[in-house]
Design a protein around this ligand. Structure first.
Ligand SMILES: NC(=O)C1=CN([C@@H]2O[C@H](COP(=O)(O)OP(=O)(O)OC[C@H]3O[C@@H](n4cnc5c(N)ncnc54)[C@H](O)[C@@H]3O)[C@@H](O)[C@H]2O)C=CC1
Ligand SMILES: O=C(O)CCC(=O)C(=O)O
Length: 429
């Protein structure tokens, strides 16, 4: 009998040097023993279904031509169309987008939305470009990835440094190329274009809801609880406001401009205004500035990483003194840091559960666009909160049953759903 190398990964997929993709592969390794007979299919989770790298050329305001590298990765579409945001960041890589797409597959399955996972990105620091240049970049990128996106194929949404305006340009470009207005091709659009009420705040609201559930499990009252947040954009800023309004004390915030700290609690509304006016938290009045090492070592009930990947790692995990980590960001904790925190008794509510509020309301938006029937904001928030609570309860129950972390429990739930669908669909075209 000849030996066929059936499980050999393509070289670009198998290195643990590959940053976030390596982290994701490690997470899949950890869940495999819990998948029973379905583990036969686990290889499908270790390779993206489709990865597209595109050149995005535009004319800059000064008349020169610039080229940007863009990506769209569809990790898995077994349970439905690809779904996931588009990131504009100078450090975006294919490995990062592959991992972010894979986490979307796990996330949509963990909360049982009828989607697969996808993600996109452009390697650019948007702060260095004018609004007109960003519009041209977004439109050209949309045309380049237009062959693989669509309301039944893959539906982009906002992520780091993109917003409702970016989605409006994407929707308009796709619609012009198709010759028909197609609102359902992206979510996170302006409400005037078929966007959903509540989408802007949805991810932060979901973080708040599962944060309250986790705090209750740990016997921590939200009123007076200390909260430390990294990232003060869409996710971190909204979560900060909701915890602050519920009586928690947001004692420190870090963003790309620095860290600010006030042991008595920051004035979150004033801080949001300061960021709007100055572009970052640095220089905020009534707060002292803090070095990064001191920021991570702050004693706190809740720590919310809401910026980028691998921020809690083997260099700082030992110093973390948080009782609960709520992962607003995607992939903020490396597997090594996961182990260190877990051994210290820290409860980690994983990204694929904690930040699923955004894609949940994106799902509501997609449904509303298809039916052209729009829901009220209280209706949306009520459904979102119910789905987040149900997802938290079911992941916590799986964690309890198998005596594993909530991350492994969320992966067990999600990978089982994806691989069951894979098995019943079969492989042949
Ligand atoms: N926007 C959404 O609906 C969702 C976002 N996420 C994830 O949440 C995280 C944050 O996304 P958004 O809030 O949308 O982005 P955003 O662009 O609105 O805000 C990003 C924040 O991170 C900060 N930041 C960037 N680099 C940093 C660094 N090196 N150190 C400290 N802070 C830094 C920025 O200053 C900013 O405050 C990302 O991991 C994203 O993938 C997850 C689910 C949905
Ligand atoms: O709203 C969406 O479709 C996806 C949001 C996203 O990119 C994420 O959850 O990481």
């Amino acid at each position: 009998m000849s030996e066929h190398p059936t499980h050999q990964l393509p070289s670009y997929l198998n290195s643990h040097e590959l940053g976030p993709w390596g982290v994701y592969l490690e997470q899949v390794e950890r869940v495999t023993p819990y998948l029973g007979k379905l583990s036969k299919w686990v290889e499908t989770l270790k390779r993206p279904k489709r990865s597209l790298i595109v050149d995005v050329p535009i004319e800059l305001d000064n008349g020169t031509i610039a080229h940007f590298e863009g990506y769209r990765v569809q990790h898995n579409t077994t349970r439905g169309p690809g779904k996931g945001g588009v990131r504009f960041h100078q450090d975006v890589t294919l490995s990062e987008v592959m991992a972010l797409a894979a986490w979307m597959s796990v996330k949509t399955a963990a909360v049982n939305l009828p989607f697969g996972g996808a993600k996109g990105g452009i390697r650019i620091d948007p702060r260095n470009y004018s609004r007109g240049e960003l519009e041209r970049i977004t439109r050209r990128y949309t045309s380049e990835i237009g062959v693989i996106i669509g309301p039944n194929k893959d539906i982009p949404a906002p992520d780091v440094n993109t917003n409702a305006q970016t989605m409006a340009w994407m929707m308009d470009t796709y619609s012009m190329n198709e010759g028909a207005t197609t609102t359902g091709v992206v979510t996170g659009k302006p409400v005037s274009l078929g966007g959903s009420l509540g989408r802007v705040e949805a991810t932060g609201r979901g973080v708040y809801v599962v944060g309250c559930e986790a705090a209750r499990d740990k016997g921590i009252p939200i009123e007076g609880a200390r909260v430390v947040i990294q990232g003060f954009g869409n996710v971190g800023g909204t979560a900060a406001r909701l915890f602050y309004e519920a009586g928690a004390k947001v004692i420190a915030v870090q963003d790309h401009t620095g860290c600010v700290h006030n042991a008595n609690g920051l004035e979150v509304l004033a801080l949001l205004k300061h960021v709007e006016e100055h572009g970052g938290v640095a220089g905020c009045p009534d707060a002292e500035s803090l070095g990064a090492a001191d920021f991570w070592a702050l004693e706190t009930e809740l720590l919310i990483p809401a910026a980028l990947e691998s921020q809690i790692n083997e260099d700082n995990a030992n110093s973390v003194r948080a009782r609960i980590v709520i992962e607003g960001a995607n992939g903020p904790t490396t597997p090594e840091a996961d182990d260190i925190l877990t051994s210290k008794g820290t409860l980690i509510v994983p990204d694929v559960l904690a930040n699923a509020g955004g894609v949940t309301v994106s799902y509501f938006e997609w449904v509303q666009d298809f039916s052209s029937f729009y829901w009220t904001e209280p209706e949306i928030n009520h459904r979102l909160e119910a789905m987040m609570r149900a997802a938290y309860t079911s992941v916590a129950a799986v964690a309890d049953k198998h005596q594993v972390t909530q991350r492994t429990a969320a992966f067990i739930t999600a990978c089982t759903r994806i691989l069951e669908s894979r098995e019943v669909r079969g492989l042949y075209p």
